[in-house]
Design a protein around this ligand. Structure first.
Ligand code: FPP
Length: 251
């Protein structure tokens, strides 16, 4: 049985969904079948996130590096994404889920961008859970885009070297306005960050599981959340300070 304390749930869960290809290979199926089954896990994890009242969920659905995959696989992933957004729109509207995307989304095919934009517009006023899809996303590219924006402001005289702060950088990232992830989950036994949310993961708890993404369903997700609740988050302070603060941060 899984034991969860509502007050100790993370506010923001980020997930590197990995292992679709291996899941398919183990079953002598083609990789696309793995991605289709992975989309079912997405559905279940989104639903569970909403049920638990976790306000932010960010999924690494397509990385900048994923463009290097064979054309047929990229096409299949784009088709799957479009189908997923269309199929889930009604449920997102009913359940207060807001959809948004981060990354160089302008690189996606026009039809996929259109479906995403429509869903983002229709769900824009939802407040319960924000589902962020990282698409054509890379952490280094995000930082490159942020630095470009800051230098542009500097060229216009709006920013000087003395006014560069963490807040200014945060405001220039794709994730502006979002809290940093409390928990990062990566499936399939890989132990890498793979260019995901490089700035934002500074203090994030990391949960690694050998489970392949298509097998990562509600029960596995609850196990990850339970493990998160057992962690002591110190943000650079000592264990004694954390115990003494009892939720109040007087460090
Ligand atoms: C990694 O598995 C997964 C991806 C590159 C894409 C993630 C896509 C999905 C979960 C399906 C659709 C997404 C949505 C939002 C509906 P892999 O192919 O790298 O697996 P492998 O490492 O075993 O080859």
């Amino acid at each position: 049985m899984v034991n969860l304390v509502p007050e100790k749930l993370p506010k923001h869960v980020a997930i590197i969904m990995d292992g679709n290809g291996r899941w398919a290979k183990q079953r002598a199926m083609n990789r696309i079948r793995g991605h289709q089954e992975g989309a079912e896990s997405v559905r279940e994890v989104v639903r569970t996130t909403r049920e638990l009242g976790i306000p932010w969920l960010t999924l690494y659905a397509f990385s900048e590096e994923n463009w290097r995959r064979p054309r047929y696989e990229v096409n299949a992933l784009m088709k799957l994404l479009k189908r997923f957004v269309r199929a889930e729109l009604e449920e997102m509207l009913q359940n207060g889920i807001r959809l948004q995307s981060i990354g160089r989304v302008h690189k996606l095919p026009q039809d996929v961008q259109k479906v995403l934009q429509e869903a983002e517009k229709k769900t824009a006023s939802n407040r319960d859970t924000v589902l962020t899809l990282a698409l054509s996303y890379g952490g280094r590219q995000e930082m490159t885009d942020a630095i470009t924006a800051i230098v542009r402001s500097a060229e216009k005289g709006e920013v000087t070297s003395g006014s560069i702060t963490e807040e200014l950088i945060e405001k220039s990232l794709y994730t502006r306005g979002m809290p940093d992830p409390d928990l990062l989950i990566r499936t399939s036994g890989e132990c890498r960050v793979s260019n995901f949310l490089l700035w934002q993961l500074a203090y994030t708890e990391i949960y690694l599981t050998p489970t392949l993404w298509p097998d990562f369903r509600k029960e596995e997700y609850l196990k990850a959340l339970e493990e998160y609740q057992r962690r002591e988050r110190r943000f650079g302070a000592t264990g004694e300070q954390v115990a003494g603060a009892k939720g109040r941060w007087e460090l």
